[in-house]
Design a protein around this ligand. Structure first.
Ligand code: PNS
Length: 162
């Protein structure tokens, strides 16, 4: 059983995240999309809302025989991965600017749990500039984000804005 976790804030889920899930699905039997419960941040969506949104959307992602599940966690990603008996942590890399932060995280996670590998995947270049932070900012300032986030996410963002 080759299980991976795909951890993140997912505030909100973007089409870049979905592309990474799709690309990683042939590599694993199960991928757990793991939403971090981070009390320090001031999120747009609660963890419960993020989990519910992802659960609603992922059945539509092309995933072959890979099982896609969603969960939330607090604390260390490496510990969560170990608890769920994952062999890998999946992360998406967009540009070179992501590399330094991701490298430090991957090395720290390896120090914490030496048997769990971080697997980096490059999302389609059409999403290379898409981040949750940018999507929220552009949306809240009235800009268009269609094609960059799932329609369901956009409609939930409209509800939040009201
Ligand atoms: O989507 P994000 O915000 O880039 O995801 C970052 C995340 C959740 C992967 C990272 O902040 C994380 O792993 N946080 C949990 C705490 C932890 O394990 N820290 C040590 C990792 S070096």
């Amino acid at each position: 059983m080759r299980r991976a976790i795909f951890p993140g804030s997912f505030d909100p889920l973007t089409n870049g995240h979905l592309d990474v899930i799709k690309r990683s699905s042939p590599l694993f039997d199960e991928i757990i999309v793991a939403v971090l419960n981070n009390p320090d941040k001031n999120p747009m969506f609660t963890v419960e809302e993020r989990v519910a949104i992802i659960e609603e959307i992922i059945p539509s992602v092309e995933h072959g025989s890979c099982r896609l599940t969603v969960d939330s966690f607090s604390g260390l990603t490496a510990e969560f991965a170990k608890r769920r008996e994952a062999i890998a942590i999946v992360r998406g890399i967009r540009a070179v600017s992501d590399y330094e932060y991701e490298l430090r995280m991957a090395l720290m996670n390896r120090k914490l749990e030496p048997t769990i590998e971080t697997v980096f995947l490059m999302a389609d270049e059409e999403y290379s500039y898409v981040s949750s932070t940018l999507m929220k900012q552009v949306f809240l300032l009235g800009g268009r984000v269609d094609g960059l986030i799932p329609e369901l996410v956009e409609s939930r963002m409209h509800e939040k804005k009201k």
